[in-house]
Each structure stands twice: as structure tokens, then as C-alpha cells.
Ligand binder design. Structure first.
Ligand SMILES: O=C(O)c1ccccc1NCC(=O)[C@H](O)[C@H](O)COP(=O)(O)O
Length: 255
């Protein structure tokens, strides 16, 4: 793995240790995905900001656990105008599960991103999703083979970066969907300027997503002005009524 353990907050070390121990799927999946770029285009043509709303029961930086039925949460987010959903499948630190993702994907018709910490090819085969997260920081030299393995199965890989080097690695590997994470996964600090600094270096033909730390309508507008094609929002949608929260963000460009 591409990290030095003492560079990481203890919670992140714990996440990676449990990810390394987790089994993958038993067979090799073949995915017929719902297109994320098309879902973004459809949202925009209908006047909605393209938002990936995240079903995130808890996290190392969240107090408490949301115990509502994940399918009810997901339907409320779609009702609120979400172009796509992100579903945590990490069980030990985020309260997620592959079963949540299976149930949600069967209940909605928007693309669903599997949000997890995937470290080897077998992890890709744990559950079907339309989009799959590959985190450049944790994959290092394995990024390109994981990207190819995900594409070979039919997934749309979303490659997450936080630094210029990781962005270069994602572009060199041929990523067509890139997420710039405003949260530093080393120390868990959030700074929206991360997106603003890196976005100008992303090729125009890449679908570019601003991830993490977006909590107000002004933040949505700020990320849009900096070049985001879409935004991934978790905490600020889960905190309170998910439909009302999603509506506020999806309508924010017209306010
Ligand atoms: O959210 C966390 O506390 C966290 C801690 C350690 C590693 C990853 C973490 N989050 C993963 C994510 O990518 C976010 O859930 C996602 O980008 C949404 O972020 P936010 O809108 O800030 O909840």
C-alpha cells in the first residue's frame, strides 16, 4: 500500500487495516452500468445541480449513527433531485454494508456509487454498482491495474485524488471520472480550496466531481464556479431531512 502508517490519523489506519483483511467476492462480476455522465447531463438539462447524495450512516468524523432504513434515505434523496447516489459499504467505521447497496440499487433508477476502501481486485467483486471508488492515495502503483480491472467488469471508476501527484497519476492511468477530495485522508482536515487549486489542471474531457466538506448553498456555487461537473455530498444531506437537504443543494444555482 502507498502510505506510511504514521502519516495517517488512527481512524484512517484502522479503516485500511480492516479493508486489508476483508474478503472480496466469490465470482467475477459483469456490470451493465447506469451512466453517471448521462445522469449529470439529464439533471443539468432539467435545471438541477448534479449532486451525488451519500447514504452515510456514520463516519469517523460524525457523531452518532443514523439508523433510518437506508432505502428510505436513498429514495428521499432521489425525490429531492439527486442525480446519483453514493452508498457506503464499509462496515466497521461507516455503518455501511453491501446489502444496503444491493437494496438501494434495486429500489432506485439513478446510478449508484460504491463508496469503500478497495485495495485489491477481488474487492471489486463484492457487490454490483454502477460507479466504483478507487482512492489514488491508497492504491499507489496498483491504481492503473485496478482501474483496468474495474473497467473490464463494466464499472465506471471514480478515481479520488487530493494532491497534484495523485491527480497526475489518475490522468496518466486514463481515468475519465475524477473526484477531488477536499478531505485530506491523512489527517481528516477539510479545505474547499483543495478543489479550487487542482481543478484547473484536470483535462476538459474528464467528468470532475468535488467531494467532501460541502455544507452550504454557497459551497455548491463555489465548487461550480471552480469547475465541478458534479458534487458528492454526505454529512450535510444526512444531517436532518435528506429530501429537503438534497432539494436545497440541487436547486442552489437558481437561488
Ligand atoms: O467522512 C469521514 O469522516 C471520512 C473519514 C475517513 C475517511 C473517509 C471519510 N469520508 C469519506 C468520504 O469520501 C465522504 O464520505 C464523502 O466525500 C462525503 O463527504 P461529506 O460531504 O463531507 O460528508
Amino acid at each position: 500500500m502507498n502510505y506510511t502508517a504514521d502519516e495517517l490519523a488512527p481512524a484512517v489506519r484502522g479503516i485500511l487495516d480492516s479493508a486489508a483483511e476483508r474478503d472480496g467476492g466469490e465470482g467475477r462480476l459483469t456490470i451493465d452500468p447506469r451512466s453517471l455522465p448521462e445522469a449529470f447531463a439529464a439533471a443539468e438539462s432539467e435545471g438541477r445541480v448534479p449532486i451525488i447524495a451519500e447514504v452515510k450512516p456514520t463516519s469517523p468524523t460524525t457523531e452518532g449513527t443514523n439508523r433510518n432504513d437506508p432505502v428510505d434515505l436513498a429514495k428521499a434523496m432521489v425525490e429531492g433531485g439527486a442525480a446519483a447516489l453514493s452508498v457506503l459499504t464499509e462496515p466497521d467505521h461507516f455503518g455501511g454494508s453491501v446489502e444496503n447497496l444491493e437494496r438501494i440499487r434495486a429500489a432506485v433508477d439513478v446510478p449508484v456509487l460504491r463508496k469503500d476502501f478497495l485495495l485489491r481486485e477481488a474487492h471489486l467483486d463484492a457487490v454490483e454498482s454502477d460507479v466504483i471508488l478507487l482512492i489514488a492515495r491508497f492504491l499507489g502503483d496498483d491504481l492503473e491495474p485496478m482501474l483496468r480491472a474495474a473497467e473490464d467488469r463494466g464499472f465506471q471508476p471514480l478515481v479520488e485524488v487530493h494532491t497534484e501527484d495523485e491527480l497526475d497519476a489518475a490522468v496518466d492511468a486514463g481515468a475519465s471520472i475524477i473526484g477531488i477530495n477536499n478531505r485530506d485522508l491523512g489527517q481528516l482536515e477539510v479545505d474547499l480550496a483543495t478543489f479550487e487549486e487542482l481543478a484547473p489542471q484536470v483535462p476538459d474531457d474528464v467528468t470532475l466531481i468535488a467531494e467532501s466538506g460541502v455544507s452550504t448553498v454557497e459551497d455548491v456555487q463555489r465548487m461550480g464556479e471552480a469547475g465541478a461537473d458534479g458534487l458528492l455530498i454526505g454529512t450535510a444531506i444526512m444531517d436532518g431531512d435528506p429530501q429537503t437537504n438534497t432539494e436545497r443543494f440541487t436547486r442552489s444555482e437558481t437561488q
